[in-house]
Design a protein around this ligand. Sequence first.
Ligand SMILES: Nc1nc2c(ncn2[C@@H]2O[C@H](COP(=O)(O)OP(=O)(O)O)[C@@H](O)[C@H]2O)c(=O)[nH]1
Ligand SMILES: [Mg+2]
Length: 348
Amino acid sequence: MAAKKNNAAKHISGIQEKKRVSPSIDELLLGIFNGDTASLARAITLVESTHQESIQTAQVILEKCLSQSTESIRIGITGVPGVGKSTFIESLGLLLTSQDKRVAVLAIDPTSTQTKGSILGDKTRMPELVKDPNAFIRPSPSGTSLGGVSRKTRESIILCEAAKYDVILIETVGVGQSETIVHSMVDFFLLLKLPGAGDELQGIKRGIIEMADAIVINKADGDNLKAARIAKMDFNAALHLYPPKESGWIPKVLSCSAIENKGIDEVWQLITAFHEQSIALGSFCTRRKQQNKYWLLQTVEDRLKRNFYENQTIKENLEKIITSVMENEISPFEAADQLLALQLTKPN
Ligand SMILES: Nc1nc2c(ncn2[C@@H]2O[C@H](COP(=O)(O)OP(=O)(O)O)[C@@H](O)[C@H]2O)c(=O)[nH]1
Ligand SMILES: [Mg+2]
């Protein structure tokens, strides 16, 4: 009897499960607008999906979410693996939730996979934030191209904002192009550095410093205190060599210990000062408008490329033409013209 009851219960929960797997668009939207994390998570899964049907559903949801006006701030946090990004986000996130702010954390890590690598690490490195009802943490999907991952992250930001998260923190590992892409989707870009970084200043990618709205020397604790002070001075000196930002914002250098929760308040005060100043000057709005333009053009480029490589005639001829180019039978430019002409004569 008990077993029968159990089975019945399982059956019922199975039905509910099934119902939960595919709620209607309106149900999902209502859930998102009410700040229901399960609906938000499901919508992000739709956004991340590569199935045609899910892509279309996601598009409808996104359009509805875009029309929700919000006053969120999007903050990108970058730095080499191990610099303490996740620990920093845990500290900052908890500070913000203690001020009754709702915090969403999205992670872009093209080097990780969902079962191993830093994603699991990230979850365990935000042990308190994960449990906080005012925080939502979502790692990026694995296996897709960086462009794809980041486009989805940008769409996830919009969903999080519609779910009324006040602060969106985006963690990205400092490899390849990921900082540039994250920079193009955030209001404030924060570069975390290690003490002693002064020595490697020469080797630093110039572009990243140029993009930073703040440089924060993390791990300023224990034996690192002196090195952190020196690094702070070095970066301050280095920043003077860069031209001022168009927005009028002067990037600052701070230090903190994410693990000991020291200096995190100061970082938040700096971000708040930036937020207020850039809204007052209009540069906040200008930056978002520029980003919209960037993403429009980026998407057009992505789609054109995808259409090209998915074109059946191109697929059939590409290898042959590549071989001809490699054998110097035809120049790369002539070959490109031929391929593009093929695509035009036989579109998908
Ligand atoms: N001493 C010290 N260690 C830290 C600090 N922040 C992070 N760590 C340690 O550095 C390692 C990497 O941290 P993690 O947050 O995962 O770095 P991520 O790869 O940049 O996300 C972990 O062992 C952390 O405990 C800090 O402020 N001080
Ligand atoms: Mg991390």
